[in-house]
Design a protein around this ligand. Structure first.
Ligand code: ZN
Length: 392
């Protein structure tokens, strides 16, 4: 495999809607054409042809929350999580990441997060970031949330700001409303989403604070984008109400047995419930929370270890959804077109001429990944990595 233009022939294309059998031409970082089989000829161009008959081509996965620089661990410096590597993303079909700081705004910094975004972009990965952290008042790059959004191109919103969590700064209605307005105006001026990604912790108050902001101020619910809403049943019920009132919510795909046993709702179960309840699928996303530390509990609820959010959790969630009988084009929405639209990531999340050439080829029987393209370049083929980082 090399990095010439690529013609993927006779794949069944899910864009994410089912488009049937198509030939897809990718070059100069973009999808150039999506046509009936055999309608395209390579002509005078040097094109690498991929025979994909019997396989499914889907948009590259868009991850709305990844700790790309790693993060502070919850059990001291020894439990700090490592930065995400390119391989972590591409081998798992993730072609766009949105980085966030999280709990540790001291041992990590927005400057490093910005540099890491640009490094990943230089390799062809889609990379964006949130300004701020768990904490209010927010840390920023330029001294001001609005200025970060207007002047720093990869910054698309603020987050993840923590509520209902002992690790947050316990924001109040006016503080959160002010932040959301600042972010929204910054987004208006720069043509970005300007949403506030909200980390929702395990405390019983859940989304109460966001509902209070919407009821008591001029800030509507949809300015907030709460994540981890599958943490427990009570919070998931609030998320349902949030979506019914026009909001969008994010479920965390990284999980483990102990979290599921303690009441966490898996992404497939969540999407199934969402559909059965007639809730809008366009208002739901899954993210990896990649490289965040995940506590492991014993039967008595004591923390006995720490794991890390995994970049392959979106792919696992997709498999789980399809195994549960959810149509592929529906199961793809929370990991492709929905996060791209909600976060205003232009060129991302769908397969169409003019969109960025980020795509994943799946085996239809197993949904295993056969190939991945980022910015039109072959990143993965038959489980082998074809784009390498400068320093291995
Ligand atoms: Zn979080």
């Amino acid at each position: 495999m090399d990095n010439r233009w690529v013609l993927v022939r006779k794949a069944r294309v899910f864009a994410p809607e089912d488009q049937g059998i198509r030939d897809v031409l990718m070059g100069a970082g973009k999808i150039l054409a999506l046509s009936e089989p055999d309608a395209l000829s390579s002509g005078s161009f040097d094109v690498s042809v991929v025979e994909a008959e019997g396989r499914w081509l889907v948009p590259g996965f868009v991850d709305a929350l990844t700790h790309i620089t790693g993060g502070g661990g919850e059990a001291g410096f020894g439990s700090r999580t490592p930065p995400m590597r390119l391989a972590d993303a591409i081998l798992a079909g993730v072609t766009t990441v949105v980085g966030a700081l999280g709990t540790d705004r001291h041992g990590q910094s927005l400057g490093v997060l910005h540099a890491e975004c640009m490094r990943l972009r230089s390799l062809g990965l889609g990379a964006f970031m949130y300004t701020g952290s768990y904490h209010l008042p927010p840390v920023t790059l330029t001294g001001d949330v609005q200025r970060d959004l207007v002047l720093v191109e990869p910054v698309i919103g603020v987050g993840e700001v923590a509520i209902a969590d002992h690790r947050g700064s316990q924001p109040d209605v006016s503080g959160l409303a002010r932040l959301a307005s600042d972010a929204w105006v910054g987004g208006m001026l720069s043509g970005k989403s300007g949403r506030v990604l909200v980390h929702v912790g395990p405390h019983a108050e859940g989304l109460d604070l966001l509902f209070r902001v919407a009821a008591q101020t001029a800030v509507p619910l949809h300015r907030f984008y709460p994540t981890h809403v599958n943490r427990n049943k009570g919070l998931f019920e609030q998320a349902r109400q949030f979506a019914q009132q026009g909001g969008t919510v994010d479920m965390t795909a990284s999980t483990n047995e102990s979290l599921l046993q303690s009441g966490e709702i898996s992404c497939p179960a969540g999407l199934q419930f969402w559909m059965e309840a007639g809730l809008p699928v366009h208002a739901l996303t899954f993210s990896t929370d990649g490289h965040a530390s995940l506590p492991v509990f014993d039967a008595q609820g004591q923390v006995v270890g720490v794991e890390m959010g995994r970049m392959d959790s979106l792919h696992r969630a997709l498999k789980g959804c399809v195994q549960a009988g959810i149509p592929l084009e529906t199961a793809l929405q929370p990991i492709t077109v929905n996060p791209a639209r909600i976060l205003g990531l232009k060129g991302k999340g769908s397969l169409a001429p003019g969109q960025d050439a980020d795509a994943v080829l799946l085996e239809p029987d197993t949904l295993n990944i056969a190939g991945v393209w980022i910015a039109g370049r072959t990143a993965v083929w038959e489980a082998e990595q074809y784009i390498q980082e400068t320093f291995g």
